[in-house]
Design a protein around this ligand. Structure first.
Ligand SMILES: NC(=O)c1ccc[n+]([C@@H]2O[C@H](COP(=O)([O-])OP(=O)(O)OC[C@H]3O[C@@H](n4cnc5c(N)ncnc54)[C@H](O)[C@@H]3O)[C@@H](O)[C@H]2O)c1
Length: 275
């Protein structure tokens, strides 16, 4: 029987537990949750009730050592980039397959190497979810044939870029038409816009890497939601894709499709036919 660990207890974790509970196919022998140190009561408050649908036994820890006594066989990281760096390698070394959503963490090559080494040493694997985007299967397959270009354009309403370096490039209150305020590599996009690094990092990892993946970021007053567009040219297929995310009800900065992408990864480890 499966033992699930959830690393993190924020918006994605809570919505994931709801989605899995509603779906009904996921039942676990035990569910354990890793809370931020000092935040165990808050984690219990937001997840204990919902998670009881998934398992009779739901336990909360704020240390990794505690969590690992549960001997989970599947972990879902939905916390922060620092949890990928500081916590996920030990979970993998313990032999626990880990689904990762904070993919921007992989922009740091040391994190990527540490995760890879840990998965090999634990004889398991880290699974990076498509998250807010789709088509990652087609991109990763095209990479085997040879990628020519990947160009990603991330559009958000001007207000959604507040608190980022976009504020240094333009007056977000005065944007009357779509303005490209950043053009560069996925590596620079991930370091300059860490809160928006996940999609660029996912495309870079599935595709031609952080230095060859081109990124454009746009403040767009004509849209009401986050829009991800990307164009791939390769030796096997050319394609372009546009995804218009619907905001998560509890956190408008997260596209709710990310949660469904994580739920799919979990369910694909449970159902007899994975798709
Ligand atoms: N791949 C994608 O497309 C994609 C899309 C959206 C968000 N994300 C990423 O998913 C992650 C979670 O997003 P969210 O909206 O749920 O964020 P959130 O801020 O709502 O939740 C993050 C949670 O992690 C917890 N946390 C922090 N440090 C921790 C620690 N050391 N141990 C355990 N828990 C800890 C926080 O207390 C918080 O509850 C973020 O890293 C975000 O960048 C990825």
């Amino acid at each position: 029987m499966r033992r699930l660990a959830i690393l993190g207890h924020g918006n994605i974790a809570a919505t994931l537990v709801d989605v899995l509970g509603r779906d009904g196919r996921a039942r676990f022998e035990a569910v354990s949750v890793l809370a931020r140190p000092g935040a165990i009561d808050r984690a219990r408050e937001s997840l204990a009730g919902k998670a009881s649908v998934l398992a009779d036994e739901v336990t909360f820890y704020d240390t990794l050592e505690g969590l690992l006594t549960e001997r989970p066989c599947l972990a879902v990281e939905c916390a922060t980039h620092s949890v990928v760096r500081d916590t996920v390698p030990a979970v993998l070394r313990a032999g626990c397959e880990t689904v990762i959503v904070s993919i921007g963490a992989f922009a740091d090559p040391e994190v990527a190497d540490a995760v890879e080494d840990a998965a090999a040493s634990g004889q398991t694997r880290a699974v990076l979810v498509p998250g807010a985007i789709g088509g990652v299967d087609a991109l990763a397959a095209a990479k085997l044939a040879g990628i020519e270009t990947v160009v990603y354009t991330g559009r958000k309403p001007p207000a959604a870029w507040r608190g980022t370096p976009a504020e240094n490039a333009l007056d977000l209150d005065q944007v009357a038409e779509p303005i490209v305020f950043f053009e560069g590599t996925a590596r620079r996009a991930a370091s300059d816009f860490p809160k928006n690094a996940n999609v660029a990092a996912t495309l870079a990892l599935a595709g031609p890497g952080f230095d060859a993946t081109r990124v454009r970021l746009v403040a767009d007053p004509t849209i009401g939601a986050n829009v991800h567009e990307y164009e791939v040219r390769s030796a096997s297929v050319n394609f372009s894709i546009r995804l218009e995310g619907k905001a998560s009800p509890d956190n408008p900065k997260t596209s709710v499709s990310t949660v469904y992408s994580v739920a799919r990864e979990v369910l694909n480890r449970i159902v007899p036919i994975a798709i």
